[in-house]
Design a protein around this ligand. Structure first.
Ligand code: DGI
Ligand code: FE
Ligand code: FE
Length: 190
């Protein structure tokens, strides 16, 4: 399948609003990739597909994860919003037959981030925060951070999420915390 067919698939699987978001993330991912030396076509593809499972019923998300042997941790069990990233990565492999690990990982880690993210993972992680339709408090700061450099924006995204979740008394995924710690430690080492 080529990317136009994936766009059509996404249009069918998602609401109009989330379809528009996905297309905006794809365009933003391609732009960031061009700037930082990641593969623009892979970035666009990962952007199109990153939320493919977002509106699937939770049972369907669980089923596809279980089918691929993913064992949810307690934090993951308690945070349904994390499922679509894990389930999406499995969907890419099992249903769409996508084999490129870079694209699969960009979808897998687009919500939590993780330590030592590849350029493509960082690109999609950041694009999801600053896509054209986003209008949360702080989005302009996030866009400015992305203007200053990809890593800057990844860190700003992690800080934003960790702050937001802890204020709401929600659990924070260890991958997000590890990514934050590693980036902070690397900074102080400079
Ligand atoms: O799918 P999108 O809405 O475009 O964006 P996303 O995949 O970044 O999902 C954002 C949601 O996921 C948001 O409501 C916060 C939640 N989230 C992100 N990281 C964590 C998290 N929830 C918990 N409990 N723990 C996390 O580490
Ligand atoms: Fe998402
Ligand atoms: Fe998204």
């Amino acid at each position: 399948m080529d990317v136009i067919q994936y766009e059509e698939l996404i249009r069918q699987r998602l609401s109009q609003k989330r379809f528009a978001h996905s297309m905006n993330v794809a365009v933003e991912s391609r732009r960031l990739a061009q700037r930082c030396g990641a593969d623009p076509e892979k970035a666009y593809l990962a952007g199109v597909l990153h939320d493919v499972m977002k509106e699937a019923p939770p049972e369907e998300q669980l089923k596809i994860m279980e089918g691929s042997g993913i064992m949810l941790t307690d934090v993951e069990k308690g945070a349904q919003k994390l499922w679509h990233a894990m389930a999406g990565a499995v969907y890419l492999q099992k249903v769409l037959g996508i084999t490129d690990p870079e694209v699969i990982h960009a979808v897998r880690y687009h919500t939590t981030g993780r330590e030592n993210m590849s350029l493509l993972e960082q690109v999609v992680f950041v694009a999801d925060f600053i896509s054209a339709e986003r209008e949360y408090d702080g989005v302009e700061e996030m866009r400015a951070a992305a203007q200053n450099g990809l890593e800057e924006a990844v860190l700003a995204g992690l800080v934003f999420t960790i702050q937001d979740l802890s204020q709401q008394g929600k659990p924070i995924h260890p991958d997000s915390l590890a990514a934050y710690n590693t980036m902070i430690l690397a900074r102080h080492g400079e």
